[in-house]
Design a protein around this ligand. Structure first.
Ligand SMILES: Cc1cc2nc3c(=O)[nH]c(=O)nc-3n(C[C@H](O)[C@H](O)[C@H](O)COP(=O)(O)OP(=O)(O)OC[C@H]3O[C@@H](n4cnc5c(N)ncnc54)[C@H](O)[C@@H]3O)c2cc1C
Length: 485
């Protein structure tokens, strides 16, 4: 019997596990995918919002502002790329300026520090590449940009290092309430019993809840599409540039990324298939026209990748964070749409408080180690690089030339506390394949290292999800099978 089980390991499940790890508890995290952060956590704008957007009094407002504060501290301790670059919401019309005033008042009510309304001139002084049409802006210096999957990974790695069990490729397919209290969760890897269960299943949270009892709210999934640009565009803006929010959300933003690229997106399109993370010509055209409205100088020929993510929107408007009235040990962290990434640490903290109210005993673990260090060879001064190469020659072999990622860093990604098992898993842990060529050159060499280090044949290596194999068979074999053509 576990004390507590978390279902789902996106940023919310990871933040919850990280919070639980500081107590003497038997905790497990069950994740359906073969890797963590493979859902919405890997495909979003990567902004740590300041917190002026949600309506005062909502959970979203309180947890966003608290989460923003907590994120900076966690990123410092766990070595996660995060930069408080600040954000600007820009106005093009007098109506927009009225909206900025409203956002400013909302932000003050939500407790967002240092907000300031700027004139058009002040906005252009901060961001010379803004459209000449911009006539005012709301500056929020506490907004930031983050590596979203790196954030989730850092928290779950630290949780695992402190004794939390993580089971990947372990979808929960049935939930039964036990007569003596607690729950039995069925998975293809066997059943797990726990006194308390946290549902952090993202866009599947309604379906997971329905394994136990019906839900009285409706998931309304909504897709957002993006352009990602080469680093040559990365310094076009220094702040996150938002347009005024509308009924469909925060609108299209243009932003630097912590990895030095530029990102533009998202649109907002209701979808029926919650796993459909494709891109559409219409969606991308919309993003393009809106992004150019804010920053007309973006060179779309420098686009290196498009992607999309699914928002876990519901018909309720706010995060749904609560224990089931019928089963107080079953706690939903559902409807975690934007600002879910920004709020994740505060959501994790709230989840643990709810578990304590349901009877979980929280006794501090005096051995909890709240630290993590990642070697990023490319950012080191020459003398530290030399010392590393002398100690381990694999630091002297650059595999990803776009990003200067060494063999030693790829090997570390494959043997870490939550080891990578796919090409994209390696990419997200050490950035091999994230550059301009998007893995075109280093991909085969990364696959060779995965095959060697994990002891699997190349034909078993997946790009991402189970079944996404990259290689079918040896070319000669294929020819023979096809009748020696
Ligand atoms: C387009 C877009 C832009 C966004 N931009 C921002 C932003 O800039 N800032 C911000 O703060 N927020 C943003 N968000 C919101 C943010 O990305 C999400 O709130 C956050 O990633 C949600 O994390 P999660 O852990 O709840 O969900 P997920 O990351 O989806 O994780 C849920 C996990 O549960 C697993 N799972 C599902 N079913 C089961 C099962 N039966 N058994 C076991 N595991 C299961 C899934 O495999 C998945 O790994 C954005 C969202 C989108 C879509």
């Amino acid at each position: 019997m576990y004390d507590i089980i978390v279902i789902g390991c996106g940023v919310v499940g990871a933040a919850t596990a990280y919070r639980l790890a500081r107590y003497r508890l038997r905790t497990a995290v069950l994740e359906a995918c073969n890797d963590v952060a493979n859902g919405t956590t890997k495909a979003n704008s990567a902004i740590i919002h300041a917190g002026y957007d949600p309506e005062p009094g909502t959970l979203m407002a309180a947890l966003n502002v608290e989460g923003n504060r907590m994120t900076a501290e966690i990123c410092r301790k766990l070595d996660v790329p995060f930069r408080r670059c600040g954000s600007l919401v820009v106005a093009f019309t007098p109506e927009d300026q009225a909206m900025l005033e409203k956002l400013y008042q909302r932000g003050v009510a939500n407790g967002v520090p240092q907000l300031r309304l700027l004139s058009g001139e002040e906005a252009h002084a901060l961001e010379p590449n803004l459209s000449a049409e911009v006539c005012g802006a709301l500056l929020a210096p506490t907004a930031g940009i983050i590596d979203p999957w790196g954030f989730a990974l850092a928290m779950i790695e630290t949780a695992v290092q402190n004794g939390v069990e993580l089971h990947r490729s372990c979808p929960v397919t049935a939930i039964d309430a036990l007569p003596e209290g607690g729950f039995r969760l069925t998975t293809p890897k066997g059943s797990f019993e726990a006194r308390c269960v946290i549902n952090a299943a993202g866009v599947e949270a309604d379906r997971v809840h329905e394994l136990l009892e019906p839900v009285n709210w409706k998931m309304t999934p909504n897709r957002g599409e993006y352009y990602l640009f080469d680093k040559s565009e990365g310094s076009l803006v220094d702040h996150v540039i938002f347009q005024c929010p509308g009924p469909e959300g925060k609108g299209v933003l243009v932003s630097p990324t912590v990895h030095g690229n530029l990102i533009a997106g998202p649109n907002a399109e209701p979808v029926t298939d919650r796993l459909d993370v494709g891109n559409t010509a219409d969606g991308l055209d919309f993003v393009r026209s809106r992004a150019l409205k804010s920053v007309p100088g973006i060179n779309f020929r420098q686009n290196i990748r498009n992607f999309s993510g699914i928002r876990a929107n519901t018909d309720q408007g706010d995060f749904l964070i609560a224990a089931s009235p019928n089963y107080p040990g079953f706690i939903d962290l559902a409807g975690i749409k934007s600002p879910g990434l920004s709020s994740a640490p505060a959501i994790g903290k709230r989840a643990v408080e709810l578990a304590a109210q349901a009877g979980l005993t929280l006794e501090e673990n005096p051995d909890f180690r709240d630290e993590r260090h990642v070697v990023r060879f490319r950012h080191l001064p020459p003398e530290e690089k030399n010392a590393l190469v002398a100690k381990d020659p694999r630091y002297g072999r650059v595999i990803c030339r776009c990003e200067t990622i060494t063999e030693a860093e790829i090997v570390a990604a494959l043997h870490g506390p939550v080891p990578a098992c796919t090409v994209n898993g390696v990419k997200r842990r050490c950035n091999a394949g994230m550059g301009r060529c998007q893995g075109g050159f280093c991909g085969p060499r990364v696959q060779e290292i995965i095959s060697r280090e994990l002891g699997i044949p190349p034909t078993q290596i997946c790009m991402e999800q189970e079944g996404s194999w990259l290689l079918a068979c040896e070319t000669k074999q294929a020819k023979e099978d096809a009748g020696n053509v």
